[in-house]
Design a protein around this ligand. Sequence first.
Ligand SMILES: Nc1ncnc2c1ncn2[C@@H]1O[C@H](COP(=O)(O)OP(=O)(O)O)[C@@H](O)[C@H]1O
Ligand SMILES: [Mg+2]
Length: 209
Amino acid sequence: MQARFVTFEGIDGAGKSTAVRALAGLLDERGIDHILTREPGGTAVGESIRGILLDRRSEISPETELLLIFAARQEHVLRVVRPALERGAWVLCDRFADASYAYQGGGRGIALDRIDTLRDWVLGTLRPDATFLVDAPVELASERLGRRGDAPDRFEVEAQAFHERVRATYLALQTREPERIHRLPAQWTPDAIQAHLSEWLTSVCGGAA
Ligand SMILES: Nc1ncnc2c1ncn2[C@@H]1O[C@H](COP(=O)(O)OP(=O)(O)O)[C@@H](O)[C@H]1O
Ligand SMILES: [Mg+2]
């Protein structure tokens, strides 16, 4: 069976990390080799860049933010994503390139063709085989974040309108690529989300464990 590159997207607090862990559990049950990774991050340098990006004390222009994210992505794709796929392991990634369109494009207002240029440079033809958009109303996501209780990062402190633009851009991406991007309503219970992921996995791999 061919290894798949699966990404999870959505606004902060939507339930991405919960969903990605659910799929990892299903792969474990089937004995399918996989790695769990995230963006920005996934490498030592990428995690350092993540620290800069999330630090509320960082003063960063939208363009610098985009370039830093793609710098981290270059390392991640080179050292983690491609090697895993090449050895036949599935790659489950908590956020990937769609997030640059949603956050730096929709959220910060950078022209999408600029992002296309960086994506084509850094990714070449690499694209996720499947993407799950955990789609949450902004109020629900911020309520969940509040319950999680850690200090808000540089993105989380943005105004509600910013998160609304990010969500709307994710939904527009989903409408444009419905074959690749599957929408998971964040209002579903974790069990319902896991059941959907399990069905999807069966459709991709067949019923055999
Ligand atoms: N489908 C769900 N229903 C109810 N609560 C959820 C669901 N998914 C996640 N949560 C809870 O919401 C909070 C944020 O979830 P998390 O997966 O960390 O979101 P994200 O990674 O998108 O920021 C966590 O406390 C988590 O337990
Ligand atoms: Mg998370």
